[in-house]
Design a protein around this ligand. Sequence first.
Ligand SMILES: C[S@@+](CC[C@H](N)C(=O)[O-])C[C@H]1O[C@@H](n2cnc3c(N)ncnc32)[C@H](O)[C@@H]1O
Length: 309
Amino acid sequence: MVFAAGNIRDAAADGPRRSVRPGPGRKRVQRQVETRAQQSADYVLGGSETELNRLRAQAEEYDEQARWLLDTVGIRPGSRALDVGCGPIGILRLLSEMVGPSGEVVGLEREHRFVELARYEIERLGLQNVQVIEADALSSGLESESFDLVHERLVLVNVPEREALLAEMLRLTAPGGFVALEDIDNVSWLCEPAHPSWDALLAVFHQAFRAGGGDPFVGRRLPSLLRDTSANDVQARLWAELPRPNQYRRTHLLSLVNSIRERILQMNLMSESELDAHRQALVQHLADPNTVVVEKLLMQCWGRKPAQS
Ligand SMILES: C[S@@+](CC[C@H](N)C(=O)[O-])C[C@H]1O[C@@H](n2cnc3c(N)ncnc32)[C@H](O)[C@@H]1O
């Protein structure tokens, strides 16, 4: 394992500072000066209340899959792990449990509001081995090769700079350590019986999402994207689900459309009244227990950084 040394600077130049208390045996995170020129595109789904609630619900429902992935890559007590684009919680809680008191977890997040919320949640849950830094993942300033595991979930799907983000994740991974990715592929996403409002809302969502640099079908590309880095032993697993009527993912399309509503309207993809009418119709259709929703695929992909870089 490789550990960073030096002083913690846990907020970007324009964000609030929080002094991180190194506990017994706790390692310190070193960051260098931010390079604004390397900033990536804005987060396509924004930092609204709607998006916050969506991310919290999503994190809860993907817990089982994330646990499986961490077990598979063999994250152990004492490990040092980074969750890139952790949002308001990501997998920080899970990582904290798995690395234990002798390990260390860092969450890296650019959206100021999510950083504050993640810190609040960490405090509330008493996760002593976790800290969150506010920075752009493309220019985090974290020390090279300082994490045994570098993970992202649902970040590559949103950012146009996928190769650059992966290169940065590899840079931060210790030789012999793992890079782990979790992203969706909307190829399977449908409802049965089909409904015109589902089709209309999914189409405008895809258009608006792509216009912001997102790729709703990135899941299938994870193995090749990871193989194009220096990672070895690249492996992948796909998950598909049938969300039940009371599950968050059953109405996920409605939440996503809410998060990206302003962009849809700005792009004149649909009028406000059309959007609301489709929404209302789809709420009813999805509330019917006889409607089946086939979830988008969740692709997990992981690989190891060669021992000698
Ligand atoms: C869909 S959310 C996923 C959040 C979390 N990983 C989870 O699975 O619950 C994507 C997150 O990536 C963050 N993000 C996007 N681009 C980023 C960047 N360049 N640097 C840091 N965070 C970024 C967003 O702010 C957002 O919180």
